[in-house]
Design a binder for this molecule. Structure first.
Ligand SMILES: *Cc1c(COP(=O)(O)O)cnc(C)c1O
Length: 392
């Protein structure tokens, strides 16, 4: 190659006859709609409304897409962790009630109050900062007071709750805030029957009672997906499902809840080749062909969210069956063993999906990696990975 090859301007890519994917997350929007309808139906039967939790980019599915689909399918409002996430939904034109609850130290609440974003307060300091933002904007901030009933993360410790409620009642009478809710989060909802659940609920009721005796009239909410599915008595006024919206069941041993996984991760075969027996494949020769075999190269790797720890442990769905991935997963590519079968370049490869055809699922990846499906789907949206909504 002459050195001019290194400085020649790039040629545009060849037009392909067939649409193939390098690394694509296919989001089944109709599955999200179905799941939200199922979940909000359960809530409605208990007289509760539904907050769809779309934090962390809708658990990797796309916050705006999920938010719109959820609001069209039975969700009454939205929840996210940070004010930035809330502002992104507002910027996309979403006007529904929207709560956020986790802040950086010294967070400026002015943009959120100005955009009519509801804010959680876990301390008198947070409440004061929110009230100050309300003062600046001339608006009344809608606030949910969060009690830590035993999760030990954010939320106001029980011994500080009376002071928070007092301060809230004062700020409300000053017209700076409107106390919309009292809320909490469970530590062991995915273990139905865990003794901590009822202990947390008792503390929650005490906290709400104190707010009411102080003259406030807040809604109550404590149930995430697992509590929504297993404890109708904990629906209170509002439920906050996250993971179940995406079709991943946090309590599968509790029965089939009829949820449909919405995310499929797919690629397509970039290259096929044949190896002789005894040939090593991929870094370190962690796999050596025992006999002559056909291989398929799939152009996704750990940079695209395929965990390297699944090297030699995972399989993919290719030409109507599961086929084992062999050797090490690299940054950009992995190799699939096809034995004597012939597969074609361009064939679709499903790394995980709903499981309907027999393809691997995000839940299977999580089990192999000793983690939870939440982490798998939330970690999939990388810079080189496209996202395609279907059924929108
Ligand atoms: C993430 C989150 C939820 C949703 O939990 P899931 O287990 O995904 O249903 C609800 N409430 C709070 C406070 C959360 O942080």
């Amino acid at each position: 190659m002459g050195t001019e090859a290194l400085s020649r301007p790039a040629r545009p890519p060849a037009v392909q006859g067939k649409r193939t994917y390098r690394a694509d997350l296919r989001i089944g929007v109709e599955a999200i709609r179905h799941n939200v309808a199922v979940l909000s139906g359960h809530a409605r039967r208990s007289g509760a409304r539904t907050m769809a939790v779309v934090k962390s980019g809708g658990y990797g599915h796309g916050a705006v897409t999920v938010a719109r689909a959820a609001l069209e399918s039975g969700a009454d409002c939205l929840g996210v962790a940070s004010p930035d996430e809330a502002m992104q939904l507002r910027a996309a034109g979403i006007t529904s009630p929207l709560l956020c609850w986790l802040y950086a130290h010294g967070e400026d609440f002015t943009p959120a109050v100005d955009a009519d974003v509801q804010l959680s307060a876990s301390s008198v300091a947070e409440l004061r900062a929110i009230a100050a933002a309300a003062g600046h904007t001339g608006r009344t901030a809608a606030v949910h007071l969060k009690i830590d009933t035993g999760l030990g993360r954010n939320g106001c410790p029980e011994q500080l709750w009376p002071a928070l409620v007092e301060a809230a009642a004062k700020a409300q009478s000053d017209g700076l805030v409107n106390i919309v809710g009292v809320w909490s989060h469970l530590a062991n909802a995915e273990t139905p029957g865990h003794a901590s659940i009822d202990a947390q609920v008792e503390a929650f009721r005490r906290a709400h009672d104190l707010a009411v005796t102080t003259g406030l009239n807040p809604l109550r909410h404590i149930a995430n997906s697992a509590a929504l599915l297993t404890r109708p008595d904990l629906h209170f006024d509002l439920v906050r499902p996250g993971i179940a919206i995406y079709g991943l069941d946090p309590v599968p041993e509790h029965g089939d809840h009829g949820l449909r996984p919405a995310m499929t991760f797919r690629s397509s075969v970039a290259l096929t080749k044949h190896v002789a027996g005894g040939e090593g494949v991929s870094y370190g020769y962690a796999w050596v062909a025992e006999r002559p075999s056909n291989l398929a190269l799939v152009p996704v790797g750990y940079a695209d969210g395929v965990p390297r720890a699944l090297s030699g442990q995972m399989s993919v769905w290719l030409r109507g069956q599961r086929r084992p991935m062999v050797g090490r997963i690299c940054m950009d590519q992995l190799v699939v063993l096809c034995g004597d079968d012939t597969v074609a370049e361009g064939d679709e490869v499903v790394l995980f999906g709903p499981g309907d055809q027999g393809e691997p699922t995000a839940t299977e990846w999580a089990e192999q990696l000793d983690t939870i499906h939440y982490e798998i789907v939330t970690g999939m949206h990388r810079s080189r990975v496209t996202r395609t909504n279907v059924g929108n």
